[in-house]
Design a protein around this ligand. Structure first.
Ligand code: PLP
Length: 461
């Protein structure tokens, strides 16, 4: 290879990839004998690989990201127009798309007022963590610095966001971690820790957070960080009564509530934000993936005015403002793409479609569960659905991960890309994940669940 590879030289591309690219989340040994997958093109709900094989993408780019689907020329045009006019200036200054997107975004988030731009979900979460820590120093003499996170939740890939990570297989081998992050129990009723059901279970799971607060000392706890619907930890929709009680607890102990909307944000659950399904009043909301559907790298940490005000109270103190920067948080491609992404969701009524198609997806999966004993529980909110697979419905013993992966692999062979929880909880990487783009049609949903039906039949025969 001479460094002059052309984009249409597909075998050269495959060899260059094999030789030089370190892919995410994957063991590379098999690539010594099998070609790595290269995704070459996308249109709507479909992508094509290097061999020209077409796939229906039921996971929006693998990790619940491409909410408005592939090949959106209007987003590409908006980004191009913005880049030739003004591509970048550090975020200490403003930009036209930054101001326009902030205004539009805040109009969807009553009670919140400020947008801090960054470029990944992990980074947005780190911003909130840093704000909590600085508030602790400035207001509480360094106390109230602990941040609570929940078992099974995930908040990012950096060492500090892993410190707030409730998935042991993601964290293993990356310690030591940042101190001051404390775990609270999960709220998955299907794997109940208490002998209760429905709203009683939900309230009990929230009370477990209060127990941790009381054990640690309320004057040491600054914030609680939760996913509205847990994503990679098993697509966990909250039990009835959970969020009301969580909100009460935060108010009672003056604990800031940080909602991680990196997956749920911007339409995925059929509302603009996942927390809006549950009447939650957050102090911080972080978002990334669907904000610009992957057309540009952008994340946001959105705060209340009360939080923002705490960083300008002492204007004479040169250390009191938020001394943080995200270099690429100043890229204008992000907000330019995000504005157009939001326009598409509104003009094409994609929130309504998400609710309708999400209901269809859950109904189809429920129907499959009557035929396939292996489906232990179907969970979902909008186009964010999961099917937990079990070896035995009575004992709820999780299906072996190898079989779960074989089901995902069979769907892939059929040309349907689905996901499964992986490297999450030891022994519990057993939930199939579905998060098609919000443009999915009834035929798309049926095609996805038909593939699952065939895969279950074949793999578990
Ligand atoms: C809930 C949640 N928060 C944060 C992140 C981290 O986002 P990023 O990979 O953009 O850093 C993820 C990524 O999957 C996520 O699922």
């Amino acid at each position: 290879m001479d460094g002059n590879l052309q984009p249409n030289d597909i075998s050269g591309i495959v060899e260059a990839d094999r030789a030089h690219v370190w892919h995410h989340l994957i063991q590379h040994k098999p690539f010594e004998t099998v070609d790595p997958r290269i995704i070459v093109e996308g249109k709507g709900m479909r992508v094509w690989d290097q061999n020209g094989k077409e796939h229906l993408d039921a996971v929006s780019g693998g990790v619940w990201t491409v909410n408005v689907g592939y090949g959106r020329e209007s987003i590409a045009n908006a980004v191009r127009d913005q880049l030739v006019k003004m591509n970048y200036f550090a975020g200490s200054a403003g930009s036209i798309p930054g101001a326009m997107f902030s205004e539009r975004l805040i109009s969807k988030m009553p009670g919140l007022t400020r947008v801090y731009f960054a470029n990944s979900g992990s980074e947005a979460n780190e911003k909130a963590f840093k704000m909590v820590r600085q508030i602790s120093h400035n207001k509480y003499g360094g106390k109230k610095n602990k941040i609570l996170y929940r078992e099974r939740d995930y908040h990012g890939t950096t060492i500090t966001t892993l410190s707030a990570g409730g998935q042991p297989e993601r964290n293993a081998q990356y310690g030591p971690f940042t101190p001051g992050f404390i775990e609270v129990p999960h709220c998955l009723e299907y794997r109940a820790q208490w002998d209760l059901t429905g709203a009683e279970y939900g309230k009990r799971a929230a009370d477990a957070i209060e127990e941790v607060i009381l054990r640690e000392g309320p004057d040491t706890v600054g914030a609680l960080c939760l996913e509205p619907v847990t994503a990679g930890g098993g697509v966990i929709t909250p039990p009835e009564g959970y969020w009301e009680r969580v909100q009460e607890i935060c108010t009672k102990y003056d604990i800031l509530l940080h909602i991680d909307e990196v997956v749920c944000g911007v339409g995925r659950t059929g509302t603009w934000f996942g927390y809006q399904n549950y009447g939650i009043k957050p102090d911080f909301v972080t978002m990334a993936k669907g904000v610009a559907s992957g057309y540009a790298a952008i994340s946001c940490c959105v705060t209340s005015e009360r939080v923002f005000e705490m960083f300008k109270e002492n204007a004479d103190d040169p250390m009191s403002y938020f001394r943080d920067i995200s270099t690429f948080g100043g890229c204008t491609a992000g907000p330019a793409a995000a504005l157009e992404n939001m326009r598409i969701i509104e003009d094409e009524n994609l929130l309504e479609n998400t609710i309708k198609m999400g209901d269809r997806m859950v109904a189809n999966l429920e129907a499959l569960s009557e035929k396939h004993e292996v489906i232990g529980q179907v969970r979902g909110k909008g186009l964010f659905c999961g099917a937990e697979l079990v070896a035995d419905r009575g004992t709820k013993e999780p299906l072996a991960e190898k079989l779960v992966q074989a089901i995902v692999g069979d769907c892939m062979k059929q040309g349907t890309i689905i996901g499964a929880t992986n490297r999450s909880l030891p022994g519990f990487n057993n939930t199939l994940c579905f998060s098609p783009a919000l443009i999915a049609t009834a035929d798309d949903i049926d095609e996805i669940t038909n593939s699952v039906d065939e895969a279950l039949t074949r793999v578990l025969a």
